[in-house]
Design a protein around this ligand. Sequence first.
Ligand SMILES: NC(=O)c1ccc[n+]([C@@H]2O[C@H](COP(=O)([O-])OP(=O)(O)OC[C@H]3O[C@@H](n4cnc5c(N)ncnc54)[C@H](O)[C@@H]3O)[C@@H](O)[C@H]2O)c1
Length: 267
Amino acid sequence: MAVILLTGAAGSIGTAVAPLLRAAGHRLRLLDLVEPPAASADDDVRLGSAVDDAAMQEAARGVDLVVHLASHASERSWRDIVDVNVESTRVALDAAHLGGAAILLASSVHAAGCVPSDEAGDGMPRARPDTYYGFSKAAAEALGDLYADRFGMRIVSARIMTFGDRPHTARARSTWLSPADFARLVEASLDVAPGNHVVWGVSANTRRTVDLAPGRAIGYEPQDDAEDHVDALATELGLDSPADIRPVGSDPLGGVFTTHPLGTPGP
Ligand SMILES: NC(=O)c1ccc[n+]([C@@H]2O[C@H](COP(=O)([O-])OP(=O)(O)OC[C@H]3O[C@@H](n4cnc5c(N)ncnc54)[C@H](O)[C@@H]3O)[C@@H](O)[C@H]2O)c1
């Protein structure tokens, strides 16, 4: 049993994963600007901002792991991205450092969104952000290096691909991350060795184009596969059969983000 702080706990990932972590026996501290819908009576709920040093240091006291999810989760103005995404990552790292906790940083595929899917290759490609949002995730990974190298912290930077109950787009046949696999990644992060471990946040999809080895090196063994949902996906896309689902080929990992206007909310 561990004590885990989830920032951004009211969002889609926090809402889906909190019940799984609770069921695995962990005690949860949930921080968000708004009341987390998945909170239970057993959770310690903190309403506050992830850019507030005092609130974050208080929330991280006595926890084993900080899971830093709070951020703008798609493109915003440069100012908003820097003030929330970059700033909250620094605040979360300081809070975890002071509290002696490990930390899982929610990076994103968009940190490397301009890498062609068929060139993602073995290991982790270097950051090639597709948006200011993607830049903030590359910055989070770099801050992770700084805090691991300077302070010996235990850090996982997870390039989350497409989180959801099941794949809902053709691209997600390759990029889907299930709630149960994200919970597995959180549990692997509890015991991680010192260093900043950059891994893909992706399920064991047959059609994935990225490497599971960096995740396996920290004990992350995803179990779910988008292929188990292809019939529902084909129906949702209005196709006759899964064979008609368009493969990602050489599409950039970041999909539509790579052509979205910089600094404009969306896509
Ligand atoms: N969902 C995905 O497929 C996906 C993919 C890649 C990366 N990510 C990353 O994972 C994290 C969680 O994603 P999500 O889909 O749950 O996002 P979401 O937008 O559903 O939730 C984000 C949460 O963060 C909170 N938040 C924002 N600013 C805050 C602040 N200053 N203080 C406290 N809370 C704040 C919001 O209130 C919200 O509840 C984000 O960092 C996102 O960039 C998500």
